[in-house]
Design a binder for this molecule. Structure first.
Ligand SMILES: Nc1ncnc2c1ncn2[C@@H]1O[C@H](COP(=O)(O)OP(=O)(O)O)[C@@H](O)[C@H]1O
Ligand SMILES: O=C(OP(=O)(O)O)[C@H](O)COP(=O)(O)O
Length: 397
């Protein structure tokens, strides 16, 4: 398992440690609404700081596409992190260049600084050599504790490991160990629930996933894309129509693999994407052109729960609806509570992950009963699919 070096092997005292963390936390109006990802990286930050390392945190937030964007600044995260850590956390409003260099060179042993969103630079996602060099010049050692971003071969998740002595952080280690323990040899039937909004970045991996699970329950924006691919009109719903062929190919692959595909049969729709918007439940074949599907309906939830009853193992990424907005949290909350109940009764091994999924499980009061809650969504599904994760592979090199 731990075929890479960990903090046990690292000499960090007096060193500038570039520590990649995932601070892509759910946020509303500049307020962090779920702190799980921050909580999970505290042990690594503390350990390096207590050993006298100078901690330079690298992280991304959202998808700003290589340009600075005030709505995707990490600035609001620094005070939350400082409070949870119990020590000051500096902030540099650029992750490279003179601002970052100045703040990093002023650090004393044990200090912690957070650098602005790495994705404000195009070089991050392109893993561009000059951007990697610029980041590398700020550190002596690289530690990656962002398992949830390890499926990205970006400068701060992969490129840096080619330049500096590199180690896995405690969360990276713990995530891989927990996933191997919970899902390395899963008891069947295995049911996967995949929902959420990141349709284009997750749909491809369903192609392999269907050969590893017995049923794939599809919800959220992902379900809309599959419904539309069947010729069902989804109105103004979040839906990636250009992925219809991919969706149809996944349904075929599932058939060939003997994996059941479970799609919603009814939906909660609204005409506005806001709390308290007038909503109604309709058959998925009766979504008006000017309406959006924002949640799965009660019949769909019943079907999901029946599949959970049959399952011995559950893997879940992506909420079944827009759970942050009432009343569109109902399907996600109901399924989460049912899975929690089955897990408590010893009938189900339940593993869930993803920034928003974890927030939804917390909202449902179900997270504590799950067998394991990962910080990772896409990375966890890719791991499940058996795909090598660039951010993990490079640590083994
Ligand atoms: N039907 C829907 N329409 C619009 N947004 C949806 C719908 N269902 C789920 N979502 C949104 O999906 C988001 C989470 O998706 P994603 O990022 O893929 O999950 P995770 O962070 O757990 O990996 C949530 O913000 C939720 O509001
Ligand atoms: O939130 C994340 O992934 P997730 O939504 O799959 O849980 C990670 O921070 C990765 O973000 P990305 O999918 O924009 O690369």
């Amino acid at each position: 398992m731990t075929t890479f070096k960990t903090l046990d092997d690292a000499d960090v005292t007096g060193k500038r440690v570039l520590l990649r963390v995932d601070l892509n936390v759910p946020m509303k109006d500049g307020v962090v609404t779920d702190k799980t990802r921050i909580e999970r990286v505290l042990p690594t930050i503390r350990e390096i700081s207590e050993k006298g390392g100078r901690v330079v945190l690298l992280a991304h937030f959202g998808r700003p596409k290589g340009k600075p964007n005030a709505d995707m600044s990490l600035a609001p995260v620094a005070p939350v992190l400082a409070e949870m850590l119990g020590q000051p956390v500096g902030f540099a409003d650029d992750c490279v260049g003179p601002v970052a260099a100045g703040i990093v060179s002023a650090l004393k042993d044990g200090n912690v600084v957070l650098l602005e969103n790495t994705r404000f630079h195009e070089g991050e996602e392109k893993n561009a050599p000059d951007f990697v060099d610029a980041l590398a010049s700020l550190g002596d050692v690289y530690v990656n504790d962002a398992f949830s971003a390890a499926h990205r071969a970006h400068a701060s998740t992969e490129g840096l490991a080619h330049h500096l002595p590199s180690y896995a952080g405690r969360t990276m280690q713990a995530e891989l160990e927990a996933l191997e323990k919970g899902l390395g040899n899963p008891e069947r039937p295995v049911v996967a629930v995949v929902g959420g909004a990141k349709v284009s970045s997750k749909i491809d991996l369903l192609q392999n996933l269907v050969s590893r699970v017995d049923a794939l329950v599809i919800g959220g924006g992902m379900a809309n894309t599959f419904l539309a691919a069947q010729g069902i009109s989804v109105g103004k719903s979040l839906c990636e129509h250009d992925l219809a062929d991919t969706a149809r190919a996944i349904v075929e692959a599932a058939k060939a693999a003997g994996c059941a595909i479970v799609l919603p049969v009814d939906a909660v729709i609204a005409r506005e994407f806001k709390a308290g918007a007038a909503s109604e439940t309709v058959d998925v074949h009766a979504v008006p052109d000017d309406a959006m599907i924002l949640d799965a309906g009660p019949k769909s939830v019943e079907t999901v729960n029946q599949w959970l009853d049959k399952a011995k193992t559950l893997v879940w990424n992506g909420p079944l609806g827009a759970f942050e907005i009432q009343p569109f949290d109902k399907a996600t909350v109901a399924a989460a509570r049912h899975a929690a109940e089955l897990t408590r009764a010893g009938k189900l091994v339940s593993v869930a992950g993803g920034g928003d999924t974890v927030a939804a499980l917390n909202q449902a009061g179900a997270a504590a009963d799950f067998s394991y809650v990962s910080t990772a969504g896409g990375a966890f599904l890719e791991w499940m699919e058996g795909k090598p994760l660039p951010g993990v592979e490079v640590l083994k090199a």
